[in-house]
Structure formats: C-alpha cells, structure tokens
Design a protein around this ligand. Sequence first.
Ligand code: DLZ
Length: 159
Amino acid sequence: MSGAGSPALQVHAPDVRVAVVAASWHEVVMAGLLGGARRALADAGVRPESVTEIRVPGSFELGVACARVAPAYDAVVALGVVIRGGTPHFDYVCSAATDALSGIAVATGTPVGFGLLTCDTEEQALDRAGLPGSAEDKGHEATTAALATVLALREAGHP
Ligand code: DLZ
C-alpha cells in the first residue's frame, strides 16, 4: 500500500474466490486500476479460475453489482473513478457508491476492496491508477486489502 502510515501487506491467498467489479468511465484510468487488481491477485497466488471480472457502466452501478455477487465470493473488489465536473453530480455519485460499498461489506460480511478514485482532475486519477509514471497503484492496494481481510478473518476463526 502507499501513503503515509500504510501497512506493508503480504498476502498468500491461493484458495480465495474474488469478484472484481469495475466501472467503465475514464477508460485509461480504469485500465490502470484493473491492471493493478490483476497484479495483486497474481502476487497473492489467487487462481485465475477463482476470479470473475464484471464490468458495469458507471461507478453508481458498483453498489448493485457488488451486492448481487458478494454472497457468492470470499472477497469483492470495486474499481471506479469519478472526476469532479461543474455540477453536484460528482458528490452524489461518490457518496452513493461509497455508502453502498461499505454497507454491502458490513451487511454481508464479505470484504469489499474500495478501489474507487474520487478526484478533482484526471491528472490526480492518473497519478493513482498504477500506470507507468503513477505515484500510486490503488487497484493493487484495494485488492490486497480485501484479500488480507479475508485471511485475517480466517486466522481469527471467522472464515
Ligand atoms: C453520469 C456520470 C458522470 C457525470 N461522471 C461519472 C464519472 O466520472 N465516473 C463514473 O464512474 N461514472 C460517471 N457517471 C455515470 C454514473 O456513475 C452512472 O453510470 C449513470 O448515472 C447511470 O446510472
């Protein structure tokens, strides 16, 4: 993970089933986030046949798709990017998606990796997208966090 105070998570999760739910707005940034998620899954040894990728139109749709699949997987990763425009729409999409994703995680007990970028500019999003030249790799980070949470719960006796 990146950023001040972030933990160095090491995860080995070959038997974890993961759904990666990704929005489709801002194609270049999304390609970076998806690439980071795929790298994190490979780094953790997750089997390709245990991973399902689902594309939804926008970040607003992340919630309903994650809610539908969460009971069938050990972890869900939600990826999207919302970039501020000139109207309050940004705030509504961001809070709807964020509230939905945290609610799904708590209601289902399935860890949800929060890979939703909420940025003022496209440059900020590109800098966090895990692309060549990006400072941060939020797709990798969100995926690793979800896997680490699955493993932590298993280790504590709550698979
Ligand atoms: C409508 C909209 C706008 C303006 N901006 C974004 C964005 O920056 N990122 C994103 O993922 N989705 C955006 N959307 C689409 C909404 O998330 C949603 O798909 C539509 O309102 C249809 O429900």
